[in-house]
Write a protein that binds this ligand. Structure first.
Ligand SMILES: [Zn+2]
Ligand SMILES: [Zn+2]
Length: 305
């Protein structure tokens, strides 16, 4: 589609922003924040958002893994340490959205100042999509019935209007891959349409999450045609992130995520920053090389497409 090399250091560099990263303050990541900061500088990615997990179900591992104060201090201190190397580090959050916990989520976000908030539907231990249960769940059910619980929660997350963006819109593809292939999702744009319309109506951004490129589905969440569908429905706000949980996944697939946005006609990303930050209102431009424009003189040496 893009002419980009396969995901990796050659394709995933000289991009303006990786807006979805987990440090060792998420239970499922082992990456110290400075490792991401060093990678970002080395890759020519001048802005990153740390979006560690916060779960609201007391049974979930990220319910009380790291306090707000700890997470905020870690990110703000790193931002100060790396500022003179031209890196901007934003303090974000990835909330696990569950509709029955919406009041708690709303209260938390109202009381705690984040630069950027992602709302994501995850597959929890009691979900029908977990390993031991998924085969029984799909047996005898139609595609619509299979995906309904996941997509209904995503719809509720969007309609809550609590989030700047919705993370990995169709992450359930990962859990269904042995039963319902990504091509079955691609064949059903009508199932996505209510979600995309809700994003447009609420002004919530669509995230193109590159983690699916390193996971069994082998494509972004959502896939490029859904990004095009979003644009066609009037979508204006998009973001992109690698959703790294390991050092080697930093920015992985990000070049392809930006290429999907560019192919759909997006030339900039919607990214909220801290109130009072001089760059808070500045947009994040998709680089010309990703848009397929000719190189300009004195450019920073972007690799050719
Ligand atoms: Zn997530
Ligand atoms: Zn994540």
């Amino acid at each position: 589609m893009t002419g980009l090399p396969a995901p990796g250091p050659e394709a995933d560099r000289d991009l303006p922003l990786d807006a979805h990263l987990h440090t060792n303050l998420s239970h499922d990541s082992d990456v110290p924040i400075d490792v991401y900061c060093a990678s970002a500088v080395a890759r020519g990615i001048p802005e990153i958002a740390i979006t560690d997990h916060v779960d609201f179900d007391p049974r979930a591992p990220d319910h009380s893994f790291a306090s707000f104060a700890t997470r905020e201090r870690e990110v703000r201190d790193a931002a100060a340490r790396w500022a003179d190397r031209g890196l901007r580090v934003r303090f974000g959050i990835e909330v696990t959205y569950e509709s029955h916990l919406e009041t708690d989520i709303r209260e938390h976000l109202a009381r705690h100042p984040y630069d950027y908030a992602i709302g994501s539907v995850h597959v929890m231990a009691y979900s029908p999509y977990v390993g031991g249960r998924v085969a029984g769940w799909v047996a005898g059910r139609t595609f619509d019935e299979i995906v309904a619980p996941y997509f209904a929660e995503v719809q509720a997350a969007i309609r809550s209007e609590l989030f700047d963006t919705i993370g990995h819109l169709d992450y359930v593809k990962k859990y269904l891959v042995d039963h319902v292939p990504p091509s079955a999702f691609a064949a059903r744009p009508d199932v996505y349409e209510p979600l995309l319309r809700a994003l447009v109506e609420t002004g919530t951004a669509l995230e193109v999450n590159a983690s699916g490129l390193r996971q069994p589905p082998g494509e972004t969440y959502p896939a490029p045609p859904i990004v095009e569908q979003f644009r066609a429905l009037g979508g204006l706000r998009v973001t992109a992130g690698s959703d790294a949980h390991r050092a080697g996944s930093f920015a992985f697939g990000l070049g392809h995520a930006y290429a999907a946005l560019a192919a759909a006609g997006f030339e900039s990303l919607a990214f909220r920053r801290r109130a009072g930050d001089p760059r808070a209102g500045a947009s994040v431009e998709v680089p010309d090389r990703v848009l397929g424009r000719p190189r300009e003189p004195n450019e920073r040496g972007y690799p050719s497409l």
